[in-house]
Design a protein around this ligand. Sequence first.
Ligand code: FAD
Ligand code: MLT
Ligand code: ZN
Length: 460
Amino acid sequence: MTDAPLAALSARLPKLRLLTDAADLEHYGRDWTRRWTPAPLAIALPAEVEEVQAIVRWANEHGVAVVPSGGRTGLSGGAVAANGELVLSLERMNRVLAFDGVDRTLAVQAGMTLHAVHEVAKEHGLIYPVDFAARGSCSIGGNIATNAGGIRVIRYGNTREWIAGLTVVAGNGELLQLNRGLIKNSSGYDLRQLMIGSEGTLGIVVEATLRLTDAPPPSQVMLLALPNMDALMEVFSLFRARLSLQAFEFFTDVALRYVLAHGAQRAIEGDHPFYVVTEFDADERSQDAALAAFEMGMDRGWISDGVIAQSEAQAAALWRLREGITESLAPHKPYKNDISLRISALPVFLHEIQALLASEYPHFDVVWFGHIGDGNLHINVLRPDDLSDDDFISQCEHVTKLLAGTLQRHGGSISAEHGIGLVKRAYLGSTRSAAEIALMRGVKQVFDPNGLLNPGKLFV
Ligand code: FAD
Ligand code: MLT
Ligand code: ZN
């Protein structure tokens, strides 16, 4: 260990696992964005809260920036370390700490994967309802830091709703116990909620107390083919009024093309521009209601075709058409927009944005999908083979500026669920006012006086 600060860290924490091999620096220095060249100083893999505190104190003494790191499935560059930072990976801190059946809470270390949390909740006859395709790799700490959303938000809300308490190491190394599992707590500012969605810029989440709930009733999964974009919101209103929805997601024919090429099975024949995957509570009454809604949608010309899953395997196959999209696009290095609007603003906005994208990206494949039932659209632009990464990104940045302007006029957000990270920091001002951003910077200064926690993320 030649680097003096690293040698001091090793001397202070002789048991700390530190990695400096080139392959490790590359592996831990990037996330799913793949846009920046990883260049961290080293990777620290603490096993205990006290080690995390000592690392943060060491970082302050030596002026070393720290990038908190979970599963690195992030899509905004939040966990990227490209400037000599120390990556602080929580991956070894992945244990269950306590289950409480009376409080219906599960306390875990922050490095546990979302999937592992689901499994433990299931063993106790309950569920942790936040869910999305990265479940096998993403960590609870990362979910909290991004306030992750996913495919069940329409029923259960975002990660924010499910955090009963947090243990956090602040920017000066101090340990904070926030909210301690209470349901009611009107004793001043809720610092737990401030941490949620702070993208590793205010503190390092080391432990979380998660709320669990009852499993939903048995459900049915339906795939619908729609003839045009206006039908999307009509079908949403139709189904939401008649069924108890657990999910309402959409994708386009372009998305379908990529996911089929990636191994998913076609479930509806023919060419249709839009598709919906919806899941709803399935009792006898809702079976009839679903059929009635489907027939009404067909009569009104909003639905062209549909299929209802007859088995768990079929339900999984329908979900794969939606959940497999991200992986199927990854080889094409997509430029990702993750935007949200009030549902009432969507019909007008969708037309404006469709016209904008058609005129600005006439020759690119633009893939739309997402959580339309939450007002959240994922717009992915795919890089043509003959364009360099730099030229492609600069063209996309130009369009994102226009998109941000349109969003601002409609009162939307430039990031619905992936966070700002590095990717969207230039556009924060389209969603937050100058006064809000100044307050956010002030909060950062209080929690992290030396600016060492994930610098350069969230703010330009
Ligand atoms: P990382 O990528 O490791 O980090 C994300 C941010 O959190 C970074 O800023 C990092 O510094 C910070 N961070 C990580 N751990 C901590 C910690 N312990 N304390 C403080 N800060 C920390 N997101 C959704 O919201 N909805 C989806 O439907 C969805 N689907 C996805 C599907 C796929 C296939 C993929 C690849 C990603 C998807 N994502 C989705 C994005 C991503 O999975 C989420 O943002 C997830 O919450 C990131 O968790 P992570 O552990 O991988 O975090
Ligand atoms: C999704 O909804 O599938 C995710 O947010 C991932 C993505 O946007 O690619
Ligand atoms: Zn999403």
